[in-house]
Design a protein around this ligand. Structure first.
Ligand SMILES: Cc1cc2nc3c(=O)[nH]c(=O)nc-3n(C[C@H](O)[C@H](O)[C@H](O)COP(=O)(O)OP(=O)(O)OC[C@H]3O[C@@H](n4cnc5c(N)ncnc54)[C@H](O)[C@@H]3O)c2cc1C
Length: 372
């Protein structure tokens, strides 16, 4: 997006250095191959990061601007659910649209960046495994180490630190949780899903929870994982009703009234110590225990790790980046965009919107500097 924006505005002499043999691997595999490119409802509330900074960048290149740009290029993503825009055919539509705009740039593919320094004249020297590059202006867009199997790395933080920047260590997010002994029953439900809400800190995330071999996953958990460090979270298995709205018929068993997969209801009731019986036979203590259906507390053991994580929180601290240009406030002509910055979105297209917005903001600033 950065290179295509620069080319469109007439900036030339661009080198793109990438250690994969092809570009945009994360776009290619995103959204199950259909790239959830943005969302109808995007604001700093959907991100972990400094809100004024995030809002400032997003307001300069909004989801409508991104969708308009894609439309001009013949790509018309459609809303699938919860305001999430996906490509109609494949993520290649987005990659193609961007790549076609890059008319005047040199691609150095399969070049692994390993170091960065400044020469006496103030040019940046980027050292790779094959060659050294010199540039007056340098944009670090190396993402995060999430999904190392498609090239994710933490080189961006190393380069930033080398240039004197403060950083927040990367940690995997948008990732499933492993469970403690008390929740091992969840592993028996592998493959089953249910619509829930997850309370984590001051955030409540709605969506499907998917039971997995290793623990729990699915959109609600993935988004909640952005805000979780350690300690308890609370699951609401009846997010659209109160307990008494869900359980009304006195002569019917609990399991026949709850709008949840039967196996889940059975194991959930067992885990909270309530027998599956008719409502009229429930003691006040059992009613009390049933409140756990709306607030099931558990402390995840950990997460599924970087190889399964769709993003990382952490990155170059935003207090040392100018939101109007993405330029470092401590090194002139050095810029950071995308996931390498300490801003991470929930699941739902927020991370691409962030990557694209920050790229366009940076391109506009570079154009002004280079072409006036
Ligand atoms: C499986 C998966 C699915 C996802 N789905 C979505 C989705 O549907 N919607 C959404 O909004 N977000 C999604 N994301 C998150 C999104 O892909 C990232 O937030 C986004 O790609 C970040 O863009 P970026 O340009 O900052 O970094 P990247 O897209 O990661 O680009 C960084 C580039 O730098 C290269 N690089 C890294 N280290 C080096 C090095 N040492 N030398 C040379 N090159 C290097 C990498 O190979 C990579 O090509 C998904 C992520 C994953 C892993």
């Amino acid at each position: 997006m950065l290179a295509s924006s620069l080319n469109r505005s007439g900036v030339k002499n661009i080198a793109i250095i990438e250690h994969n043999p092809s570009i945009a691997m994360k776009i290619k595999i995103s959204g199950g191959g259909k790239c959830n490119v943005t969302n109808t409802d995007v604001s700093a509330d959907n991100y972990l990061g400094e809100s004024a900074f995030v809002d400032s960048v997003l307001s300069r290149y909004t989801p409508s601007a991104l969708l308009e740009f894609l439309k001009e290029k013949g790509v018309v993503p459609k809303i699938r659910s919860l305001g999430q825009y996906f490509c109609q055919k494949s993520a290649d539509e987005v990659i193609g649209a961007l790549q076609r705009e890059i008319k005047d740039a040199d691609f150095f593919l399969s070049y692994a960046i390993c170091d960065l320094s400044l020469d006496r004249s103030g040019s940046y020297i980027v050292k790779t495994d094959k060659a050294e590059f010199r540039a007056k202006h340098l944009v670090v867009a190396t993402g995060s180490p999430a999904y190392p199997q498609v090239g994710g790395s933490d080189i961006g933080l190393k380069l930033a630190q080398k240039m004197g920047h403060s950083v927040e260590a990367f940690a995997p997010v948008l990732v499933g949780w492993t469970v403690q002994k008390e929740q091992f029953w969840m592993k028996e439900l592998s493959g089953i899903s249910a619509y829930v809400s997850v309370d984590v800190g001051h955030k409540k995330l709605f969506g499907d929870l998917l039971f997995a071999h290793k623990g729990i996953s699915g959109p609600a958990v993935l988004s909640a994982s952005l805000y979780w460090k350690k300690g308890p979270v609370s699951l609401d298995f009846l997010p659209n009703s109160t307990l008494h709205e869900a359980l009304q018929e006195r002569k019917k068993q609990i399991s026949t009234q709850l709008n949840l997969p039967k196996r889940l209801t059975k194991l959930l009731l067992e885990s909270i110590g309530v027998e599956d019986k008719t409502l009229q036979k429930l003691s006040p203590q059992e009613w009390e225990k049933l409140s756990a259906l709306k607030a099931y507390r558990m402390s995840p053991a950990g997460n599924f790790g970087l190889k399964k994580a769709e993003a990382c929180r952490g990155g170059v601290k935003t207090c040392e980046i100018d939101a109007s240009s993405m330029q470092s406030t401590i090194q002139e002509n050095l810029y950071f965009i995308g996931e390498v910055v300490d801003v991470t979105g929930e699941l739902g297209g927020y991370n691409f919107q962030w990557a694209f917005s920050s790229a366009v903001v940076c391109a506009a600033a570079l154009k002004k500097k280079l072409l006036g």
